[in-house]
Design a protein around this ligand. Sequence first.
Ligand SMILES: *Cc1c(COP(=O)(O)O)cnc(C)c1O
Length: 453
Amino acid sequence: MWTGANDMTATIHAHRFDVRSLTMTTKNHPPMDTLSLDLLRLIKQSDPDVAALLQAEAARQAETLELIASENHVSASVMHAAGTWMTNKYAEGYPGKRYYGGCEHHDTAEDLARNRAKKLFGCDYANVQPHCGANANIAAFMAMCDPGDRILSLPIKSGGHLSHGLKPNFSGTFYEIHDYDVDPDSERLDYDVIAARAHEVKPKMIICGYSAYPRTIDFARFRAIADEVGAILMADIAHIAGLVAGGAHPSPFPHAHIVTTTTHKTLRGPRGGLILSNDEEIAKKIDRKVFPGSQGGPLMHVITAKAVAFREALEPSFRDYAANVVTNAKALAASLVEHGYRLCTGGTDNHLLLVDLRPRDADLTGADAEQWLETAGIVTNKNGIPNDPRKPMVTSGLRLGTAALTTRGMGTSEMKVVAGLLDRVMGSQGDAAVAETVRGEVRDLCGAFPLPH
Ligand SMILES: *Cc1c(COP(=O)(O)O)cnc(C)c1O
């Protein structure tokens, strides 16, 4: 029986901790909420191996600059909500219609998550059960298309996602995938060309929303194109969901028929998926295709954490966060240009930058940059750029995002510092001494902007 926070503390302390047995691996042990410390101690009693790796990972996150565009740092509330009693339950079905008894509180949790998601995105329907973004897309495809139907999407090499039609993926296996591409010169979407492709292909469904596209998506224009050819419009806002929720990117509603997203990127929730719509008929199909169509029991502990994250995103401060993510991305972009790099599309409108490394150094590859930066405590990922002559495991580009640094409270002056650190490492030819010096400066900067706790 839940009677308040004091009881929970008492329960945790009922386990006999040996506080001294938990030695921190770094002198600069990251600031941590007391519950996290207690949990580490608790796990250490039964599994010292896992306790050690958890502590090391907490330290890694605290002491490195996270610039991967799809990552973020969740609040302690979101993190701990995902590690609760809710994990112990089967809840196949939906609130009020479960295939298992004892789901009373799970119904409440899922209803909270669904209602908050609807409010956050201003729509009539939400399914919070998809285990991840790719699973949300499987259910969405199954709801809207039959196997063999034609789908028009942006390929992964131009910034699309593997679940939009890559051959070995379910999407490329069960559907007839046709491509549109970004303009080779501007590297941006050219809506006239996309419209022409749509008339040529006559797809059942058009997908917009990407993994490496730094510009605003014109959802209204996409809907007009879909209407011209009688296609369904699906918007996959996995990357920009936090910006949409915080008012820093236009909403896919009322334009898209169906919207899918992850909850863990700019939206800053637990790892998971989400499907949204305004259409009652589509909603019914989605529910059937998530369960029993493509999943079994929902991850109710994660759904509970989604509810917590959606509430956080409904706070006024989340709008400031979303605006700051974009301001920081523009500041980082401007500084990198000053250092001699080129930005694909010429800049950014969102949280993400695609950096062409070649103008700074014709021999510098994305793979080298990623590796050298990691040694210096700066975490990024290599990424192909439009018409990249190098292979996907090498690349000429680096993808950067500002969500995680913004969550730590960094602003435009820190972006200038970060651009300088990036350039010193990428201009070093992999010099170990440079990496070591930068590593120290990264630690200091991280120390001044601790993780949420
Ligand atoms: C990240 C991403 C996904 C997939 O999310 P997972 O949770 O990794 O399955 C889907 N679509 C787009 C556009 C993404 O960027």
